[in-house]
Structure formats: structure tokens, C-alpha cells
Design a protein around this ligand. Structure first.
Ligand code: HGY
Ligand code: MN
Ligand code: MN
Ligand code: MN
Length: 399
């Protein structure tokens, strides 16, 4: 299967025909279909498929001599944000299979295994914590906390894992698997518009996190409740959204409120509670922390006159991730020079960088849009990404 054929096979899976956006949430039918596609592509290439204890999958290409350690891992994720683009995640996986095909056609002699990973729940769109599969693998989240995470229907991660045939009690750090891996290189669509060339190399991932804001008021009738008697949580929620933009501008960060849950959500009912999520990111930890603190203070200030309570909980936070300099520079050399750029997006590579030398390749995105249907990469640039990944894997797997 060529890159284009694989791409065409995946393209319709989980796509909303009306908007062009993708809805591939972990262990829901579209993502399960992507997982089945992954297993087929591995089988087609005679690549043994490993299901780790945390819901991640790895397709292996082993050297003739049976070496199993110091593997070069690549890959990305198959899940999406709600209404996401086609490239965020799948591009890294389809490119990895296509790169393996190129290396095999060219008779590459592996001295180290090459693994293609599909990490679970990278977007955190179902259970709320980004990079859940790689965080569990790396020991970056308490397994008990992970088991108790719930999706929008109240199903726990433990129940969903069990339903997928995995043992929820077995999740957690996997030093055996990590011990077999020497480095991880992830190819990803650029989520911005900095690249003037088809392929770039990542320098760092800026600090980023997500916080849950809970506003509790009093449900009541929209028509019969006097303004003075109301405890409407929507008012401080609105204050929080505006404060997020102001705090971001003040601190040179970015802050987003993209998800909110209103209970009961009736047109003619004053809400009893509002839950909203803040995504904040920026060039330095202190600036991100200041942004979140200022939004919290503003939310409490706005809540007070309405006798609404506010609770703020940190759901995940990743400090700045500086990719392994030696590996990054080796990629730049292998590519005969390539632009090096930071990213404002989080990735499994960022999580794994705490345990492994990791690096990332970016493929140019002319729209600069991501996490939306307009996300795009030209086929020529995608094929340049495959060539770049093949060259990098060849260099690293012969080392
Ligand atoms: O949210 C992110 O930055 C990543 O795309 N999961
Ligand atoms: Mn993403
Ligand atoms: Mn991604
Ligand atoms: Mn009524």
C-alpha cells in the first residue's frame, strides 16, 4: 500500500461529511476502525503487533539477527479532537509505514528494531487528560487516577479498557517496553505556519496545561426568578472567558476556553452549575502559571456578587520540553540541514522525552490551521516527510 493508498483508506473513517471534521475518540467505533486499519497495515508487512498494557499499539520490524533492544520508535496517534483535522496524528503513522516500505525497497540493513507506535488518547478528547497512553507508559500519571477518569457519558477509563479486552489493574509504567527502546522520533503535521520548507525539526514544546473550572449556583426558573434572587453560574463563567483573553495578552501566553458543560442546559432554566476547561500555554512556566492564577482570581471576583462558588483543578500540566539536543542535531545533519522550530502543541514525544531521547519532524501545513477541518498538508510535502523520516530511521537503526 503506497502512502496515497493508505491515506485514502483512512480518510473517510470518523469524518463528518457536513463539516469535514473528524470524531475519532479513543475506543469509539471510528477509532477502533483506525486501530483495525493499523493492525492490517502491520500484518500486511509481516510486522508483529504488540498491544502494551496501556492501550498503545506497536508494530515491530526486527533485524535479521533477532535484536530486540535499543529500538528506534516512531509513530504518533490515531485519535482526534472533536471536529479535528485529518493529519494531526494519522500523518505520523501513515508516514511511518510508508518509510518502512521505502527502507525495505532500498534493502536497508537494520541493526536495531524499528517500531511504529499508535499511542492511545493523545488528544484527551474522551477522558480529559492529553497523552494518556504515553503518560501511563512513562509513569507520568497515577494509574488509579487514570482508571477513575470518566468520559462525557460517565463511563470510566477502567470500564472502557476492560471492554477493549485490557486489564485496567495492569495499567501503569512499563519499564520493560521502555527498556527496549533507544529513542523516539515522531513525525507530525505542523500546527502553525512557520515552515517555509516541506520538513522541519522540533526544538521544544512550550509549557502547557489544562484546568477545570467548576461554577456552582442555583438552578431556577428563567421567567419567575427575580435578578436579585439569582445565583447564576453563567455570569462568572462569562467573566472567566473574557479574563482568559485579557490574562493571555498581559502575560504573552495563549489561553483558550473551548469546552463548557452547562447543567441542566435548558433555555428557560437558570443553570445550577457550569464546568469549563481552560487550556493555557506559553513560552515560560511562570507566564503560564500567572495566566492561570489571574483567570482564577477574576473568576472568583466575578462569582462573589452572585453567591456562586468556584473550584479550579489542574488536570494536566507539562513544563517546557527541550528535545534531546544531540538527537535533534543528528536529524538536522541527516536531512542535510532543516529548519528548527518550537511548537505550541503537546505531543506524546513531549511526554516520552522524560524517559527517552526524543525528537520530532514537522511537515509543512500551508493553512497553519489544526484541530479543525481546514488542517492541511500538500501530498508533495507529505512525501517529502516520508523521505525525511525514512532517512532518519535508516540512520538511527543502523547506528
Ligand atoms: O493539545 C495539543 O496540543 C495536542 O494536539 N494534543
Ligand atoms: Mn492534536
Ligand atoms: Mn497530535
Ligand atoms: Mn414550566
Amino acid at each position: 500500500m503506497s502512502f496515497e493508498e493508505m491515506w485514502r483508506a483512512l480518510l473517510p473513517v470518523g469524518r463528518d461529511a457536513a463539516t469535514g471534521g473528524y470524531h475519532r475518540f479513543a475506543w469509539t467505533p471510528p477509532e477502533l476502525e483506525c486501530r483495525a486499519w493499523f493492525a492490517d497495515e502491520a500484518r500486511r508487512r509481516g510486522m508483529p503487533l504488540e498491544h502494551d498494557r496501556n492501550g498503545n499499539m506497536i508494530a515491530w520490524w526486527y533485524p535479521e539477527d533477532g535484536t530486540r533492544d535499543r529500538a528506534v520508535l516512531t509513530g504518533s496517534h490515531l485519535d482526534s479532537v472533536p471536529g479535528g483535522g485529518a493529519f494531526d496524528g494519522p500523518l505520523g503513522i501513515v508516514s511511518a509505514f510508508a518509510a518502512v516500505d521505502l527502507l525495505r525497497e532500498r534493502g536497508a540493513a537494520l541493526r536495531r528494531p524499528i517500531g511504529i507506535a499508535a499511542f492511545a488518547e493523545e488528544e484527551g478528547a474522551r477522558f480529559g487528560v492529553a497523552c494518556l497512553g504515553s503518560r501511563l507508559l512513562a509513569g507520568a500519571i497515577d494509574p488509579a487516577r487514570a482508571r477513575a477518569l470518566t468520559d462525557g457519558d460517565g463511563r470510566t477509563f477502567a470500564e472502557v479498557l476492560h471492554g477493549a479486552g485490557l486489564d485496567p489493574d495492569a495499567i501503569g509504567p512499563d519499564d520493560d517496553l521502555l527498556g527496549r527502546v533507544g529513542c523516539y522520533v515522531e513525525l507530525h503535521v505542523e500546527q502553525g505556519r512557520a515552515l517555509a520548507e516541506p520538513v522541519g525539526v522540533a526544538s521544544s514544546i512550550v509549557p502547557h496545561g489544562r484546568w477545570r473550572f467548576g461554577f456552582a449556583g442555583e438552578g431556577n426558573h428563567a421567567g419567575t426568578t427575580a435578578l436579585a434572587d439569582r445565583r447564576d453560574p453563567m455570569i462568572p463563567f462569562a467573566g472567566m472567558v473574557l479574563a482568559a483573553r485579557d490574562a493571555a495578552e498581559r502575560n504573552g501566553t495563549v489561553a483558550t476556553v473551548g469546552k463548557v458543560r452547562v447543567v441542566p442546559g435548558g433555555v428557560n432554566a437558570i443553570a445550577s452549575s457550569v464546568t469549563a476547561w481552560l487550556d493555557a500555554r506559553g513560552p515560560a512556566d511562570a507566564a503560564v502559571r500567572r495566566t492561570v492564577d489571574e483567570v482564577g482570581a477574576a473568576a472568583r471576583e466575578a462569582a462573589r456578587p452572585h453567591r456562586v462558588t468556584v473550584e479550579v483543578a489542574e488536570e494536566s500540566y507539562t513544563e517546557i520540553v527541550d528535545f534531546n539536543l544531540a538527537l535533534r542535531d543528528r536529524l538536522v545533519r541527516t536531512l542535510g540541514g532543516a529548519p528548527v522550530l518550537p511548537t505550541g502543541a503537546g505531543h506524546d514525544a513531549g511526554v516520552l522525552s522524560a524517559r527517552l531521547p526524543t525528537a520530532m519532524l514537522f511537515v509543512r501545513n500551508p493553512t497553519g490551521v489544526s484541530h479543525a477541518p481546514a488542517e492541511h498538508a500538500e501530498t508533495a510535502d507529505c512525501l517529502a516527510g516520508v523521505e525525511a523520516l525514512a532517512a532518519v530511521l535508516d540512520d538511527l537503526a543502523r547506528g
